[in-house]
Design a protein around this ligand. Structure first.
Ligand code: NI
Ligand code: MN
Length: 231
C-alpha cells in the first residue's frame, strides 16, 4: 500500500481495496501540496477530532466524493448536520469497511468544533486510529499527549507504521514521541504535526537521532509534504 503525506497531519492511504484520507486539512494548510478539488474518488475520510487542522475539508470532500466521514459519534452528528455522509463509531470499537478495518483508539486531546459563526460546538472525544489494510496494521495516533496504554496497543497489534505527532505545545513533543515509539514498537515511525506553524516548529533531525539511539528496532522516516512511502 502507499502512504502519501499531504502536510501537517494529513495522509492519503491507497491500498488494494481502496483509498482513504486521514485528517484532510488542505485549504489553509500552508504546506499542503494538493487541493480538495484534486480528489475525485475516496472510500473513506477518517477524522480524529473537530479542530480545524484535522476536520479541515472533510465535509466538502464527503459531498464531493460521496465517501463517509469516519469519526466519533458526536463529531459525526455535526458533519451529518452539514450535509456530509458519515459513519459514526467510538473509542474501542472496530468496523470492517470495504477498504480495510478501522478501530478507534483513545487520544488525550480536545475535540471542540468552531462553527462558521464562531461558536464552540461539542465534538465528543478526540481519537486515534488503528487501520488494517492488506493485512498490515497502521497506527495513526492523532493529536495526543503520551499515554501509558500505548504499550497495550503495541502489545496487541504488530504495528507496521506508526504516525506520531512531534510538534509539542498541543501534542507530544520530540521526547514524548520517542517514548511513545518505545511503547508501541512499530517497524517504522513517521513524525507528523510539526513545522506547519511557528508554534509547532521542531527539529525533526533530533527526533530521528533520538529514535535511532533509544529505539533502534524502529526506523524513523520523515516525509516532506507530497512524499510517498511504500509499505
Ligand atoms: Ni487538535
Ligand atoms: Mn492539531
Amino acid at each position: 500500500m502507499r502512504l502519501h503525506f499531504h502536510g501537517h497531519a494529513c495522509f492519503e492511504i491507497e491500498g488494494d481495496e481502496g483509498r482513504i484520507l486521514i485528517d484532510p486539512f488542505l485549504s489553509g494548510n500552508p504546506c499542503a501540496t494538493v487541493k480538495p478539488e484534486d480528489f475525485t474518488h475516496l472510500d473513506g475520510i477518517l477524522v480524529t477530532h473537530g479542530h480545524d487542522d484535522h476536520l479541515g475539508d472533510a465535509i466538502e470532500l464527503s459531498k464531493q466524493t460521496g465517501a463517509p466521514i469516519i469519526c466519533v459519534f458526536e463529531l459525526a452528528h455535526y458533519c451529518k448536520s452539514q450535509g456530509a455522509k458519515t459513519h459514526a463509531m467510538h473509542i474501542g470499537g472496530k468496523h470492517q469497511f470495504p477498504f480495510g478495518l478501522v478501530k478507534l483508539t483513545q487520544a488525550l486531546h480536545g475535540s471542540g468544533i468552531i462553527s462558521p459563526d464562531g461558536e464552540m460546538i461539542y465534538g465528543g472525544l478526540a481519537c486515534g486510529f488503528l487501520i488494517q489494510m492488506e493485512g498490515k496494521w497502521l497506527y495513526y495516533a492523532g493529536d495526543t499527549g503520551l499515554f501509558g496504554d500505548m504499550e497495550l496497543i503495541g502489545r496487541r497489534y504488530p504495528i507496521e507504521v506508526a504516525m506520531l505527532p512531534i510538534g509539542d505545545n498541543f501534542v507530544m513533543g520530540v521526547e514524548e514521541a520517542v517514548h511513545a515509539s518505545q511503547l508501541l514498537r512499530p517497524k517504522v515511525v513517521i513524525p507528523m504535526h510539526y513545522n506547519t506553524f511557528p508554534v509547532i516548529a521542531q527539529d525533526v533531525g533530533e527526533f530521528l537521532h533520538l529514535l535511532q539511539r533509544r529505539v533502534p528496532e524502529s526506523q524513523g522516516k520523515a516525509l516532506k509534504p507530497g512524499d510517498l512511502y511504500e509499505v
